[in-house]
Design a protein around this ligand. Structure first.
Ligand code: DC
Length: 227
């Protein structure tokens, strides 16, 4: 009920579906904030690596999650993510942090804490959230729910191009391998695995341009708002 008045848009999907940038553009056009929830798992994974905590050690990661403070703030250039007050926005995009984030996101207690914080933020203001469990768990009453995907090859190519632009020298094969490995881990974890919610609208961006994908999402939100 509480989500009925709020405009809350939920977008889930696998790695490299272009969720973050598509979500950013869609939120801008809707005039609402965008919360990249993956950044929160990344900030936790990053801190674990910094503190030499074995990310496979569930108890140690859960303890870390209970101890550190994660914050997000929305600034002119987009979302900034903080761990213990340190702005980690630029540091959480490496392949190592990606894998660490995927691993720490398997733990039930970590997910509970993240979901709670995300729900609190979404209740405060109109917001578009992107992640893996937004439609299914974080915002089951969202105004519009979208499952955004593309083929693994298309997703890996986009990721690879992005990395090239940033001067990161990773081979396409390695990026594709990482995409498949993270899909595996995100879709097969015991707690809240990535899956399309029954009432989410599927958007496959494999054959769509960026702008077409954003338009498709806005059309879905528009239709749901008037339902
Ligand atoms: O979207 P991303 O690649 O930045 O997410 C990093 C990892 O965090 C991803 O492997 C899965 C996890 N994640 C999650 O489990 N639930 C979310 N809502 C967002 C991300």
């Amino acid at each position: 009920m509480e989500n009925k008045k709020r405009l809350n848009v939920a977008i889930d999907g696998p790695v490299g579906a272009g969720k973050s940038s598509v979500a950013d553009a869609a939120a801008k056009r809707l005039g609402i904030l965008h919360l990249d929830t993956g950044a929160m798992y990344r900030a936790l994974g990053y801190t674990a690596l910094q503190e030499n905590i074995d990310v496979q050690d569930e108890a140690a990661v859960v303890a870390l999650c209970g101890r550190i403070r994660l914050d997000v703030s929305h600034q002119a250039d987009g979302q900034h993510t903080f761990a213990e007050g340190e702005d980690v926005t630029g540091k959480i995009r490496t392949p190592e942090v990606s894998m660490a984030a995927s691993t720490v996101s398997r733990y039930a207690e970590v997910r509970r804490a993240m979901v709670r914080q995300q729900q609190r933020l979404a209740a405060e203001t109109d917001m578009l959230l992107d992640g893996r469990d937004i439609c299914t768990t974080v915002l089951p009453n969202a105004t519009a729910k979208i499952y955004l995907t593309a083929s693994p090859e298309v997703r890996a190519r986009r990721r690879w191009l992005e990395m090239q632009e940033k001067g990161m020298n990773e081979s396409y094969e390695k990026v594709l391998e990482d995409v498949i490995r993270r899909d595996e881990q995100d879709m097969n974890r015991a707690v809240e695995p990535l899956r399309q919610a029954e009432d989410a609208v599927l958007v496959d961006s494999s054959g769509l341009t960026f702008d077409e994908t954003v338009d498709r999402i806005l059309a879905i939100v528009e239709a749901k708002t008037h339902e």
